[in-house]
Design a protein around this ligand. Structure first.
Ligand code: F0G
Length: 461
């Protein structure tokens, strides 16, 4: 049964026109884009669900903050506003702004990982995995088993498999494990949350073996909202209290602020207490990002980020945000369309393998569904499956992903109920003609992060 749409806790003050091409035009555009949705011009897209990253709508307060931004090269007021706010929210001593999440990874990871080491995570996001590998180390995923079964409704499918974590540490030897990373929410597993109980257990293991624990904190506010909804111990705690507790178990965090901090650009590194590590981070930041008090951002971006960090914690806003996705999911339930259930925080991850059981993993069912969504309704989404995962860095063989998802990532405060109805209708139509949809083959690919740039062609059977 379709659930009620949670009304927006804001009203619209400024609008942006979008255009809608015809189906024939879209078929032409996606062919010209070599069947890679990253190659499309954004203006040829009607509803852009490629990512929730940096695609957010800022508030009137944030836009006002833009005007107040202090553009001093060193020691600007906006830097101090940001640092003080972040210190208060996360309870960490040291905060370093950077221009986005992968910049945080680039600055921090080489200080903890070297050739021959491994890093273990509940699941690495693709850039995070790439930065582990660029530092010479290997990335090992260790998510709970229920994450691999989209129809199993477990409350915390993003959790680390703690038994396996300890086994992996013992197999490799603790001195080989440079870092444990908790990704909250677990993006690649479907925006699935991680419980405080799980973070406590992982933290205890990290301490036992003397391995640093880092949080990949892109969607920490959505994760806190799920904890409040689903973990009995926290039902009467505020989002702020939950966040403090979550971060208290780790030593450091990297954050893409382009998500839950509701801005278009920005990132953070947090170090709980190590002055020595912070010193090294400052040195790397100056080399890669610019002076420490701007970290690759303009003063106005630092200011809107400082404000967004707080706005992202508002419970009414979080209820509306997760509610939008639950609304869409309830329509899909009525039509037997499978997705990673229950819904994740930042989007709906459609089970493309269930939609197209006839397309094998190495013909990329998730990418095939993303292409169909564009043709059907001008919706841009992306593959989170074998196409994104890529090849084994040692053998160069295509890896088989644990799942084949097409991700509908929802920008924050951007789309309305009618847009969600269009998404549902498009999926319902595609399901009707699913048996006639073919897979794809790659005709060109770069060596790393291939899905951003690769060219594909349909396999006509
Ligand atoms: N970690 C996670 C969990 C992410 O989802 C992302 C980005 C990053 C790190 C890197 O941050 O883009 O600011 O450099 N995810 C985006 C996405 C791109 O579409 O899911 P970034």
């Amino acid at each position: 049964m379709t659930i009620k749409y949670v009304p927006e806790p804001f009203r619209i003050k400024m609008v942006e026109r979008i255009k809608m091409l015809t189906r024939e035009e879209r078929i032409e555009k996606i062919k010209e884009a070599k069947y890679n949705l990253f190659n499309l011009k954004a203006e040829d897209v009607y509803i852009d669900l490629l990512t929730d990253s940096g695609t957010n709508a800022m508030s009137d307060y944030q836009w006002a903050g833009i005007m107040r931004g202090d553009e001093a090269y060193a020691g600007g007021r906006s830097y101090f506003n940001l640092v003080e706010n972040a210190q208060e929210i996360f309870g960490y001593k040291y905060i370093q702004p950077v221009h986005q999440g992968r910049a945080a990874e680039k600055v921090l990871f080489p200080l903890m990982l070297t050739e021959g080491k491994i890093a273990i995570s509940n699941m690495f996001f693709d850039t995070t995995r790439a930065h582990v590998e660029l530092a010479g180390a290997r990335a090992v995923d260790c998510v709970v088993k229920e994450a691999g079964n989209p129809s199993v409704r477990a409350p915390f499918k993003g959790n680390m498999d703690v038994e396996r974590l300890e086994k992996i540490i013992n197999e490799h030897g603790k001195e080989k494990v440079g870092l444990i990373v908790m990704t909250i929410t677990n993006n690649s597993a479907g925006g699935q949350p991680v419980s405080v109980k799980n973070i406590r257990e992982v933290s205890a293991i990290a301490k036992k073996y003397g391995i640093p624990l880092c949080i990949d904190a892109a969607r920490y506010a959505e994760n806190a909202y799920f904890i409040k909804q689903r973990e009995e111990e926290f039902k009467n705690k505020s989002i702020k209290e939950i966040i403090k507790e979550v971060f208290s178990y780790a030593d450091a965090f990297t954050m893409s602020a382009k998500k839950d901090a509701i801005v278009n650009m920005g990132g953070l590194i947090g170090i709980k207490e190590s002055a020595e590590l912070y010193q090294k981070i400052k040195a790397n930041t100056i080399c890669f990002e610019g002076f420490t008090t701007y970290g690759g951002l303009s003063g106005r971006e630092l200011e809107s980020l400082a404000i967004g960090l707080t706005e992202g914690l508002d419970e009414n806003y979080l209820r509306y945000r997760i509610g939008q996705i639950e609304y869409l999911a309830s329509i899909l339930d009525d039509h037997g369309i499978a997705y990673q259930a229950p819904v994740g925080g930042h989007g709906l991850f459609i089970d493309a393998q269930a939609m197209f059981p006839h397309i094998p993993y190495n013909e990329f069912p998730g990418q095939a569904l993303a292409i169909e969504l564009y043709i059907e309704a001008g919706i841009r989404s992306c593959d989170i499956g074998s196409y994104m995962l890529g090849n084994d860095p040692d053998t160069k063989e295509q890896l088989k992903s644990e799942f084949e998802f097409t991700r509908l990532a929802i920008p924050r405060r951007v789309y309305t109920q009618a847009h969600f109805d269009i998404m549902a209708d498009a999926l319902i139509e595609i399901k009707k003609r699913a048996a006639s949809v073919n897979g794809y083959r790659i005709t060109w690919e770069p060596p790393v992060l291939r899905h951003f740039q690769a060219s594909l062609e349909p396999i006509n059977k």
